[in-house]
Each structure stands twice: as C-alpha cells, then as structure tokens.
Design a protein around this ligand. Structure first.
Ligand code: SF4
Length: 408
C-alpha cells in the first residue's frame, strides 16, 4: 500500500503564534519597564528568566538573517568595520544588520532587536559569541558578563561542573544589580523545571523520527526548534511541544511520512545552510531520502537540568553539549544516533565560518565510516554566507550520494 501523502504540520500555525507573542513581549519590554538580557543560545537562560529579564537570543536573529537570505548583503558592512569575513557569519551578519539598520524584525512591527541592558555569554560553543557580545556592550555602554566553559571536554568531571556552577553563581550579584531585583531561589527552580519539561518534550519530538517512515525531517526540526531555543523556561514552550508531539506521534502511528516513499535515512552533522533549507529539503524529498536526525537540533536537549539543584545542573547541562566535547565523545554520540535513527549515511556540512560546528576537518568521517560501516558525504558551505556555498556542486554530490546508497 502506498504511503499517505504528507500534509504540512498543523501545529506550525500555533508555533508561529507562540513565537509572535515572544517577539511582541520583547518589543514591549522597555515601555513595560522590563529589562532585556541578551543570552547565547546555550547560555544560562533560566537564570535570566528567573530574574525577570526579557531574554533575547542574537543567534536566533542570525538564523533569521540567513533564512531570509539577507545575510550575504549585510556581512560586508561588518567586514568594513573590521570583522574578518572568515569569522562566524552569524556575528558578521548580525552586526552588519545593526550597522545598516536592516532586519527582518522590521517586517514584524519591531524597529529592530531590543537594546540590551546586559549581555550574558557562555563560551561553551565558541569564542565568537564573547567578541560578538562585547561589540554591543561597547556600543551601548552596558555590562557584558559570561561563563568560560572549557572546550574539547572528554570526561565531564566534578571539577569542571563545580567551576562552571561557581561562575554561574557569580553572575547573580551583577545581574541583580541590572535587574533591580533579588533572585528568588524558588522562582529559579520553577524556571529550571519548565526548561526541563521543554527539553524532554523537544527530545521526544525529535525521537519520533526513529519511526520508519519518519514523520519529521531535519528541515522541519530547524523551524520547530524556535521555542526550545528562545522560550525554554516558559509554560508557552511546554504547551507548544505537547501539541506538536501529539501530532507527530499520531502521524507516526498512521504511517504518514515526512518524505513520502522514504528509501534512505541520513544524519546531518553540522550547521544548517539557512538560506537553502527549502531547496535542500525539496532535493532530498525528490530523492526519497529523509534527513531524520542531526546534531544541530539535538543541541537543545539538556537532560541534566534538575530543579532541585539549579546551579550544578545548569552547569552540567550546558557543559555536556556536543559542541564542547572531545572527538571521542562526539564519535560515540554520533554512533549512538546512527543506530537509534537507523541511518544509511552521514552528511557532514563543513561550514566555512564555523569551525566549531564543523567536524569533518580532523578525520572524523573516515573514523566513523570504519566503525559504523556506513558511507559519508562532506558538503562545503556556510550557515549564512551563501558566497561560500556552491549550490550546483552540493546538489550534484547529494545526488551521487543517493545513488551510492541505492547501490550499497
Ligand atoms: S558556534 Fe559557530 S555559528 Fe554558533 S556563534 Fe559560534 S561560530 Fe557562530
């Protein structure tokens, strides 16, 4: 029997409403007397929310600039200011957007990103986020605070957790000074509990892709992850993922495929190519190949969060993420994902301006192919700077990869 044709996810309209409400609240913050904290995407959002800040995530804005394909025109403005074209293109497109006063947020009725009262980074992902936030701190004369997490972590020992937890606790006093309010430990536990519920639901959403056929693709995931990134720690995110999960479980039970006629299943390693999500999604669909799982979407799963022990558990959660781990840990992780999602191959995106999230440069694909016995493909591109992506070459290579899988 032929698989039922796929319809768009009904939940997506609800997600758009939830995200719209978030941006409205951000815009209304200053008039409402609510302070704004900028936070890195895998930073201590729970602490900021518990202190009553509106929390804004510039990486989300970077992704918007990529997805709307405005990034490539904005990056040169940041380059002219002195930021190299070789560094993070989220950073250069976001700062370019600021310098040129052009942002997709203007189409949503906002004048631009909300001005920060304080910026809080975590170097668990890269150093670029610190440089990025410091630029705005200098521009606006506001504090820039942060957590310096070690990178390439093998065993996540107690000493690392203790250090990162201590650094997080040390943020409390300066943040209270900006917020003009004392941290309520009960409120922090409550926010961590909501964040944990959000993360558990997001994980369950992604795990529906283990069904064959999968009811969701990586490309859907990059859109559906919005609330997990910007609204974790809120009831809105929890409520949304309950609805989405129910819809996906129903689709899995009914055999509704994200890619009708699914023949092959791929793991996507590395950053999305934001400006090409649609064309890549269409190409994979035409090849009856479903990108079922990715390191990227999984990066907002924080199993370790525990409302009974907020600081230590935040430290553990934010130091466990894939990007700050050693290659040995990363390979074990990808091996487990390949087995869980029953993938036929792995695609590595080597993103020119994000070495931190590109894992094909030190022989990982070759080592994993030898261990797992499944083929790989490396495509060269970038998250936001489409001048670094040769679409024709990538499309040809993807097509050849599907043929290789068919012949395997
Ligand atoms: S991890 Fe990569 S994409 Fe993300 S902020 Fe750092 S350099 Fe940019």
């Amino acid at each position: 029997m032929a698989a039922p044709e796929r319809k768009e996810l009904e939940s997506t309209q609800k997600m758009k409403a939830v995200m719209g409400k978030y941006f409205k609240e951000l815009a209304a913050g200053p008039q409402a007397g609510t302070k704004t904290a900028w936070c890195t995407s895998v930073g201590p959002a729970e602490l900021l929310r518990a202190l009553g800040f509106n929390v804004y995530f510039p990486e989300n804005h970077g992704a918007m600039l990529g997805a709307t394909r405005t990034a490539t025109d904005l990056i040169p403005a940041a380059n002219a200011r002195g930021f190299s074209p070789d560094i993070c293109s989220y950073l250069t497109s976001d700062i370019g957007s600021y310098l040129m006063n052009q942002t997709p947020l203007q189409k949503m009725g906002m004048t631009g990103p909300p001005k920060a009262d304080v910026l809080v980074f975590n170097t668990n992902q890269c150093r670029d986020v610190k440089d990025w936030f410091q630029f705005y701190a200098r521009e606006w004369g506001v504090p820039c605070l942060g957590i310096h997490t070690p990178r390439a972590i093998g065993d996540l020992g107690d000493s690392i957790i203790a250090d990162v937890a201590k650094q997080t606790e040390a943020l409390v006093a300066p943040l209270e000074a900006v917020a003009g309010a004392k941290l309520d430990p009960a409120r922090l536990s409550e926010v961590v509990a909501l964040s944990k519920q959000c993360t558990d639901l997001w994980k369950a959403v992604l795990e529906t892709a283990a069904s064959m056929p999968s009811p969701i693709t990586f490309f859907d995931g990059t859109i559906q992850m919005g609330p997990a990134v910007v609204l974790r720690g809120t009831q809105d995110a929890v409520d949304y993922y309950r609805v989405l999960l129910a819809e996906l479980r129903q689709r899995a039970a009914d055999g509704v495929a994200a890619v009708p006629g699914e023949r092959f299943r791929i793991y996507w390693e590395g950053m999305p190519i934001w400006g090409k999500l649609r064309s890549l999604s269409e190409q994979f669909a035409a090849l009856k190949t479903c990108v079922v799982a990715s390191t990227y979407c999984n990066s907002w799963i924080f199993d370790a969060l525990d409302p009974a022990d907020p600081f230590a558990s935040m430290a553990r959660a934010y130091s466990s993420i894939f990007i700050c781990r050693s290659d040995d840990v990363k390979e074990k992780y990808i091996g487990a994902m390949a087995a869980k999602f029953k993938v036929n191959g792995i695609l590595y995106h080597d993103a020119k301006t994000c070495p931190n999230n590109s894992n094909s440069r030190y022989m990982m694909p070759q080592r994993l192919q030898a261990k797992l016995g499944i083929p790989y493909l490396i495509i060269h591109g970038d998250l936001n700077d489409l001048r670094l992506y040769s679409e024709e070459q990538a499309r040809t290579n993807i097509e050849a990869f599907a043929e290789q899988l068919a012949g395997a």
